[in-house]
Design a protein around this ligand. Sequence first.
Ligand code: 16G
Length: 246
Amino acid sequence: MSFSDVVGRLEAGDSMPLYMQLQRVLRNAIKRRILTQDVAIPPERDLAEEYAVSRITVRKALSGLVDEGLLSRRRGAGTFVTGRVEKSFSKLSSFSEDMLSRGRSPHSVWINRSIGAVTPEESLSLGLSPGAAVYRFHRIRYADDAPMALEYSTIPAYCLPSLNTVEDSLYDALEKAGYRPVRALQRLRAVTFTEEQAETLGVLPRDAGLLIERRGFLLDGRAAEFTQSYYRGDAYDVVAELNDAH
Ligand code: 16G
């Protein structure tokens, strides 16, 4: 059986550009789990022949899916299905650590970073008195070139020496300052992305997302972070290991 027998063919008479048609076929196969994590995509030359399109069309289709995070390129080995990220719900790890442990390269784009007085909502979440100073870090989080999450963190000012100490990783900065949380409470909620959020994450408005709110604490019980992370619902499975309570 050939690749296109399994994955699907292009429809004759479709007016959409060929690279988009090919992307649709591959995207659907990934969504329907016909193509699963770590499956290799055939070489460009073979795909071009099989779908009777040019190699440029194949290259453009695959690059777009790499940008979306559905495929990833491994140097010297080819192009593979990325699969969904399995995120542990019970580990106090950071986004950077989660990605590095999967061999993916994390980076962030800053939406905003500022210092200000705590809002009433934050003061409840963090147990701070009204007027206390906090840092706010708003970021788009990427794995390789794919946007994965939007993250809004509020950190009490006593946890960091200054705004600029946070570079790639918030937890690295907190650890260096001696204020990395050692315990956390998390809440998970289903959300639909607003138009603006969807555009930032490269998904469609009203697509499903996962909101995880983490309140992190220090050994002495003081709060160290309140973070709202909006994860792409199409890219994440949230997992937890459970043990018999008896
Ligand atoms: C994770 C945490 C978030 C933390 C961030 C730090 C969850 C649900 N949230 O996204 O609370 O602020 O990692 O990541 O896991 P960083 O050290 O890479 O900046």
